[in-house]
Ligand binder design. Structure first.
Ligand code: NDP
Ligand code: OXD
Length: 313
C-alpha cells in the first residue's frame, strides 16, 4: 500500500461516488483511495481523481502533482482558477471513443435512412415511402478529429459514407479528406449532408455551429451535435430548421442541462433531444485506464500528457 493516498473529489451524488470508489479501488488494490471527507493530511496527497469537484475543493492540497479527470471534456476544469497549476489529464478511454462512435453511427444512420421523417409521418399515420440513398452519395463532415472524432469518422468510412474531417492541426487519416485550421473550415463543411460536431469547447470553438457555417451545407442537411451545448447558436439553428433549410438536428448537449422543461427543442418536430448520453464514462473501463496511469507514475514518475491550458483542451 502506497503511503500517499489518492484523493477522489467529485460533486457526484453519494451513491454514484461510492460506485466510482469501488471500481477505482478494485482496479488498484495496492492504492488507498479516499474521498474529501476522509482527508486527514492534505499534504500527503499527490494525485487527485476528479469529476467536477466543488469550487475551491483542491485549493489546500499543496503537494498535488497532477489531476486526473473522470470525464473527457475539461472546459469547466480549465476555467476553474482555484485549481492548482499542475497537469490536468482528461480521460482517454478506448471504450468511451467506441461508445461515441456508436452514437455517431446511430444518429447519422438515423437521418440518412430518414427515420426522423418516418417518425413524423407515423404521428400523422402517413404511409409514404422515400427513395433510398446510398452512403456513397452522402457526405458526412466530422468537426474534431481527436479521441472521439477519429474513431467515429473511421466507423462512418466503414459504412461507405464520404467522410471529411476538420481539426486544428493537420491529420492524415485513411479514406478521410482532412482539413485544418480556420482556413480549412469552409471547405470541410462545403455541401455536407450531415455535420457531426465532436469539438471541445474553447474560446475558438464556442458558437461555431452557426448560420456562418450552415450556409455552406447541402440543402436539407442534418446536424448532429455531441460536443457541447455552447458550440451551438440556438437561434440560428431554429431559423434554419423552421425555414426548412436544414432537415433535422440530433442534439445531445445543451447550454443548460438538464434541458429546461419549457425549451422549444423538446417539442420541435425537426429536433431529436438526447439527454447527454452520447458517450457516458464507464467506471469499469475508466478505472482500468486510470489505474494504468497511476502505476506508471508510481513506477517511474511519468505523468500522463495533460491538457494544454492555452489551447483550452
Ligand atoms: P480531443 O482533445 O482528443 O480532440 C479534440 C479535437 O478537436 C482535435 O482533433 C482538435 O484538433 C480539434 N480542435 C480543437 N480546437 C480546434 C479548433 N479551434 N479548430 C479546429 N479543430 C479543433 O477531444 P475528444 O475527442 O476526446 O473529445 C472532444 C469533445 O467531445 C470533448 O471535449 C467533449 O466536449 C465532447 N464529449 C462529449 C460527450 C458526450 O457524451 N456528449 C462525451 C465525451 C466527450 P487537433 O487534433 O489538431 O488537436
Ligand atoms: C465528457 C462527457 O466530457 O460526458 O466526458 O461529456
Amino acid at each position: 500500500m502506497n503511503d500517499s493516498p489518492i484523493l477522489l473529489a467529485t460533486s457526484l451524488a453519494a451513491p454514484l461516488e461510492k460506485i466510482w470508489l469501488q471500481h477505482l479501488q478494485a482496479a488498484m488494490p495496492e492504492e488507498k483511495i479516499i474521498t474529501l471527507d476522509q482527508v486527514q493530511d492534505a499534504s500527503a496527497i499527490e494525485i487527485a481523481l476528479i469529476a467536477n469537484p466543488p469550487a475551491g475543493a483542491l485549493g489546500h492540497f499543496s503537494n498535488l502533482k497532477w489531476i486526473q479527470s473522470l470525464w473527457a471534456g475539461v472546459e469547466n476544469l480549465l476555467a476553474d482558477k482555484t485549481l492548482p497549476d499542475i497537469p490536468i489529464c482528461r480521460l482517454i478511454d478506448p471504450d468511451l471513443s467506441q461508445a461515441m462512435a456508436e452514437t455517431v453511427v446511430a444518429a447519422v444512420m438515423g437521418v440518412h435512412r430518414y427515420f426522423d421523417i418516418f417518425k413524423a409521418q407515423q404521428q400523422k399515420k402517413i404511409w409514404a415511402q422515400l427513395p433510398s440513398r446510398s452512403t456513397r452519395d452522402c457526405q458526412v463532415t466530422v468537426l474534431g478529429l481527436g479521441e472521439m472524432g477519429r474513431v467515429s469518422a473511421a466507423s462512418l468510412v466503414s459504412l461507405g459514407f464520404v467522410v471529411k474531417g476538420w481539426s486544428r492541426s493537420k491529420k492524415t487519416l485513411k479514406n478521410i479528406e482532412t482539413y485544418q485550421g480556420a482556413d480549412g473550415l469552409r471547405e470541410a463543411v462545403d455541401r455536407a449532408d450531415i455535420l457531426v460536431n465532436l469539438l471541445p469547447l474553447t474560446d475558438q470553438t464556442k458558437g461555431i455551429l452557426s448560420r456562418n457555417l450552415y450556409q455552406y451545407l447541402a440543402p436539407d442537411a442534418c446536424l448532429v451535435n455531441l460536443g457541447r451545448g455552447a458550440h451551438l447558436i440556438e437561434a440560428d439553428l431554429l431559423e434554419y430548421l423552421d425555414k426548412s433549410r436544414m432537415r433535422h438536428a440530433v442534439l445531445d448537449v445543451f447550454s443548460i442541462e438538464p434541458l429546461p422543461e419549457d425549451h422549444v427543442f423538446w417539442e420541435h418536430p425537426r429536433v431529436t433531444v438526447l439527454p447527454h448520453i452520447a458517450a457516458t464514462t464507464n467506471p469499469v473501463s475508466a478505472s482500468s485506464v486510470i489505474a494504468k496511469n497511476i502505476r506508471l507514475y508510481r513506477q517511474n514518475g511519468m505523468i500522463p500528457v495533460g491538457c494544454n491550458r492555452s489551447l483550452g483542451y
